[in-house]
Design a protein. Structure first.
Length: 456
C-alpha cells in the first residue's frame, strides 16, 4: 500500500438471522481479524464519560477506552456527515470526489463506486461486509451501498430519519418545497422495508444478526448509528410525543442524553456478543463520530460546533480496541483523521492494494502499538450554508481561514492547540512567518485536490 507524500514537510445459542452466512473461500481466512467500526452521528467531543462528560452514562463505550487506546487529537475529515463518510469509504480526501458538503435530500449526485473502496477491498480479501445504519452518500440506485462492496445493507440512505416512523420530512431542515414531502427511507439492500422498532435498537439488532451469521469467517461491519442526530427523539416515547415540529431545534439536553445512552447500550450488546462468541480477542473495534456535535452536544473543552472548522466542528472521540495488538488503557496524542482508519483497517486485514490506489490516510496501528507520535499536516475545506472556511493543522499549530476576501470578512488565525485547546488566543500577528507557511501549504494542497466544486 502506498500513500501520498506529505505536502510540506458465556455461550450464546445460534438463532435465525436476517443475513445468511457464506462459507469462507480459504482456511487461512480464520486468522484474519474481524473489524467493527461504530460511527456516531453528530456526537460531541466531550459527550462520553471517557472524554469528560459529567451528565451521561456511557459504560460500554468507556469500556473500549479502558481496554484499548483513546485518542485525544483525532479529527473527522469533514465538518458534516457526507464528506467524512466519503473519506472513510475511499481513504482519501473527500475533495477529490466533489463531496465537500452534506448531500441534500433528493439529489441525483453521490459517491461513485470504485474497485478500491474499503468494503470492496475487504470483500475481495474474503470478508463478509455490511453497513447497518446511515449511508448518506447517494440515494440513486447507482450509488447504493451494495454497489460499493457491502454484501448487506440495512438502514437509510438520506441525512436523517424519524427514529420511530423511519420517514424523512425535510421541513425546516431545508430542501425545496417539492422535496419537503414526507417519504419512507428504510432499506434492506435495495428494497424498501418497514419495521416498528426504535431505530437505534433496530440497528443494534441487525448488527448482532450479521455478526452471528458470519461468526465463522472474517467480517467487516460499519455500525452507523443515527444517534445523536436530530430529530431529537429519545427512546420509549409515547406516540403522541414523538412528532417534532422543528426537526433541528425541538429537543432538550436530557433527550439527547437518553438517545446517546441507548446507543451506548447497543454498543454494549455488540461487545457482549463478541465475548459470548469468543470473537473479541480477534476483533478490531473502532468507535468515532462523523463530525463535531450539534447545539445539544457537549463539545467541551473545544470551541464551536458541527459545520465549522473550529475544533468543536471537526475534532471527535476515537477509541480503538484490539486485544493483544493495541495496549489497553492508554491515551495517545497522535494526530489522526477518519481516512487513517481506512488505511489502518486495510493493513490489519492484510489487504494488498493496487498500485494505482493512493490513499491520503496513514496506518495508525504501529504508532498506537508502540506509543509513538509523528507530526502530521492535515487539511480541511468547507463551502456551504454561507460559510467558507479552510484549515491546516501542522504539528501543534493550526491555521484557520474564515471568509473569502478582505472586504468580505476574511479572517486568518493561528492557534497553538497544545496550549490553547479552546482556540481563544490568536497568534497570527506574532507568528507571521508561520502564517505565510500555512498559506503556502494550503495552496499546494488545493492544487493537488482541485478547487471547490458544488455538491449538486
Amino acid at each position: 500500500m502506498c500513500t501520498r507524500a506529505l505536502i510540506g514537510g458465556g455461550v450464546l445459542l445460534a438463532c435465525a438471522s436476517l443475513f445468511g452466512a457464506v462459507e469462507p473461500k480459504q482456511a487461512s481466512l480464520s486468522t484474519l481479524p474481524n473489524v467493527i467500526i461504530f460511527i456516531m452521528d453528530d456526537l460531541g467531543y466531550g459527550d462520553i464519560g471517557s472524554y469528560g462528560a459529567p451528565d451521561v452514562r456511557t459504560p460500554n463505550i468507556d469500556r473500549l477506552a479502558r481496554e484499548g487506546v483513546r485518542l485525544t487529537y483525532f479529527y473527522a475529515n469533514g465538518a458534516n456527515c457526507s464528506p467524512t463518510r466519503t473519506a472513510l469509504i475511499t481513504g482519501q480526501y473527500q475533495q477529490r470526489f466533489a463531496i465537500e458538503a452534506p448531500l441534500p435530500p433528493g439529489t441525483d449526485f453521490g459517491l461513485r463506486p470504485s474497485n478500491t473502496s474499503l468494503p470492496r477491498l475487504l470483500r475481495q480479501r474474503g470478508y463478509a461486509t455490511a453497513l447497518i445504519g446511515k449511508w448518506h452518500l447517494g440515494q440513486e440506485p447507482a450509488f447504493h451501498p451494495n454497489k460499493h462492496g457491502f454484501d448487506e445493507f440495512w438502514g437509510f440512505l438520506g441525512p436523517a430519519v424519524d427514529y420511530y416512523s423511519h420517514d424523512w420530512t425535510p421541513g425546516s431542515a431545508g430542501g425545496t418545497s417539492e422535496r419537503n414531502r414526507t417519504h419512507h427511507d428504510l432499506y434492506h439492500n435495495d428494497r424498501l422495508i418497514t419495521t416498528s422498532g426504535y431505530l437505534t435498537d433496530e440497528i443494534t439488532a441487525k448488527a448482532k444478526a450479521f455478526i452471528e451469521a458470519h461468526r465463522d469467517r472474517p467480517f467487516f461491519i460499519d455500525v452507523s448509528y443515527n444517534a445523536t442526530h436530530w430529530p431529537f427523539q429519545p427512546p420509549d416515547l409515547p406516540e403522541e410525543k414523538r412528532p417534532r415540529e422543528d426537526l433541528v431545534r425541538d429537543g432538550t439536553r436530557a433527550e439527547y442524553v437518553a438517545m446517546l445512552e441507548r446507543a451506548d447500550r447497543g454498543v454494549g450488546e455488540i461487545l457482549d456478543l463478541l465475548d459470548g462468541l469468543q470473537l473479541a480477542g480477534n476483533t478490531l473495534v473502532i468507535f468515532t463520530s462523523d463530525n463535531g456535535g450539534e447545539w445539544l452536544s457537549r463539545n467541551a473543552p473545544l470551541f464551536h460546533r458541527k459545520s465549522t472548522l473550529w475544533e468543536g466542528g471537526i475534532r471527535v472521540p476515537a477509541l480503538l480496541r484490539w486485544p493483544g495488538q493495541l495496549p489497553a488503557g492508554t491515551v495517545s496524542k497522535q494526530v489522526g483523521i477518519t481516512m487513517d482508519l481506512t488505511v489502518s483497517i486495510l493493513a490489519a486485514a492484510g489487504v494488498s492494494t493496487p498500485t494505482s490506489y493512493r490513499p491520503d490516510g496513514i496506518n495508525l496501528l504501529p504508532l498506537l502499538q508502540n506509543g509513538r507520535t509523528i507530526e502530521r499536516t492535515l487539511f480541511w475545506r468547507i463551502k456551504s450554508e454561507g460559510r467558507d472556511q479552510k484549515a491546516v493543522r501542522k504539528g501543534r499549530w493550526k491555521y484557520l481561514r474564515d471568509g473569502v476576501g478582505v472586504f468580505d470578512g476574511l479572517h486568518e488565525f493561528i492557534f497553538d492547540l497544545e496550549e490553547d485547546v479552546g482556540e481563544r488566543q490568536d497568534l497570527a500577528a506574532a507568528k507571521t512567518d508561520l502564517l505565510v507557511e500555512m498559506r503556502k501549504l494550503l495552496q499546494q494542497w488545493e492544487a493537488d485536490v482541485g478547487p471547490p466544486k458544488p455538491t449538486r
